[in-house]
Design a protein around this ligand. Structure first.
Ligand SMILES: [Zn+2]
Length: 84
């Protein structure tokens, strides 16, 4: 499989990876380009597969930016508390 950035032949650096967080089916390999260092999965999803991935396995309708921002601010404040 060629690198999508520079078209060099990429090498597999990790095999048999799976989505242990959201359960998207399949096993994948992590590829890395020896020329530019870009890392990517060995799968090329069609537009229909991408749509299913993001609507069925990564439901964005439950994502709330305001809530997420507040959580991130708390985490940042927490870390700052340890570094001051
Ligand atoms: Zn590359």
């Amino acid at each position: 499989m060629n690198c999508p950035v520079c078209d060099e032949t990429a090498v597999s650096v990790q095999e048999d990876l799976w989505d242990d967080l959201y359960g998207y089916p399949g096993q994948f390999a992590l590829m890395q380009c020896p020329n530019c260092g870009h890392a990517f999965l060995d799968c090329v999803l069609s537009p229909n597969q991408l749509a299913k991935l993001y609507t069925s396995y990564y439901p964005r309708k439950t994502f709330e930016m305001l809530t997420t921002s507040r959580i991130q601010k708390k985490e940042v404040d927490y870390v700052r508390g340890w570094t001051v």
